[in-house]
Design a protein around this ligand. Structure first.
Ligand code: ZN
Length: 293
């Protein structure tokens, strides 16, 4: 399942291809993916230009000149292929374990500059929908969605505001999509390790009595950003056994510091701890019980 950094990698790959181009023709090859496509899907898209390609949590949002927003979710196995003449590339191809089968090409966008962007999804857990640009922010699932961890909203101060008075363990608070949107288990474990915070500490312990962020809150916001930026720079993470397009195996998972390292020595210099695994809300938390206090 693509995590936030993979979706961001795909966004950065598609942005220069889509933005400023008109969707000349859109082909929809089946009535549904995870959900049915919107009514008159291809007609509503055809002729519109893409003005921006944004990401919110794990959703890709294409702002269209028609005033609608094309929302795309990759589900478990969604992927885009870009073809320009004979050149083809797949933004985010790092995490795919097999080449795309043409039978799973479900949507084709033909752009005004001759490029073709094909959405392929073998398991069809992805979906596409159209929203009114004026009301998307107040519509589900975007209404009530937490702050964006890669954007400017994340800071020690914003975490303090979200965590004030909360007894919830830090791990659970960070996975709560109403507080911070799109952070998955892996990145929460890694960020808490880097910030040297116990996953079991109450979220409110990062906040002073008067609601100010403690240094720990600042450290956590920086750790979250660093972990995600690093993952994007390395092309994402999924835990599949995968190879990059150029054959090099790759990626962020080799760089995990605690995740999936149960029983290994802690890598913090001078720490004699051993990475442990505990279960919180049904999910494994990997942490160093010595330096994460
Ligand atoms: Zn340690």
């Amino acid at each position: 399942m693509p995590e936030l950094p993979e979706v961001e990698t795909v966004r950065r790959g598609l942005e220069p291809v889509l933005v400023g181009r008109k969707l000349v023709r859109v082909e929809q090859r089946r009535p549904d993916l995870r959900f049915p496509f919107p009514e008159r899907f291809t007609e509503r898209l055809s002729g519109a230009s893409v003005e921006a390609l944004r990401r919110r949590a794990k959703y890709l949002l294409a702002d269209l000149s028609s005033g609608e927003v094309l929302v795309m979710h990759l589900g478990m196995s969604g992927r885009f292929r870009v073809e320009m003449g004979r050149e083809a590339e797949e933004p985010g191809a790092f995490y795919y374990d097999a080449p795309p089968a043409p039978a799973h090409d479900h949507v084709v966008f033909e752009l005004s500059d001759g490029a073709r962007v094909t959405y392929n999804d073998a398991r069809r857990f992805g979906f596409m929908s159209l929203y009114d640009g004026a009301t998307i922010e107040s519509s589900p699932p975007f209404a009530g969605m937490g702050i964006e961890p890669l954007g400017p909203d994340l800071s020690g101060a914003s975490l303090a505001e979200l965590f004030r008075g909360k007894r919830t363990p830090l791990k659970a608070a960070l996975l709560d999509q109403r507080l911070v949107a799109g952070l998955g288990n892996i990145y929460v474990c890694e960020a808490l390790f880097r910030a040297r915070l116990s996953p079991e500490a109450p979220a409110g312990s990062l906040v002073t009595e008067t609601g100010r962020p403690k240094a720990k809150a600042q450290a956590l916001s920086e750790a979250i950003r660093a972990v995600l930026e690093e993952a994007v720079a390395h092309g994402g993470s999924t835990l599949r056994d995968h190879a990059q397009v150029d054959g090099t195996s790759g990626a962020m998972q080799e760089r995990f510091r605690v995740y999936d390292r149960e029983g290994e020595p802690c890598i913090t210099p001078g720490c004699r701890g051993v990475v442990g695994r505990i279960v919180q809300s049904g999910r494994s938390t990997f942490h160093c019980p010595v330096c994460q206090r």
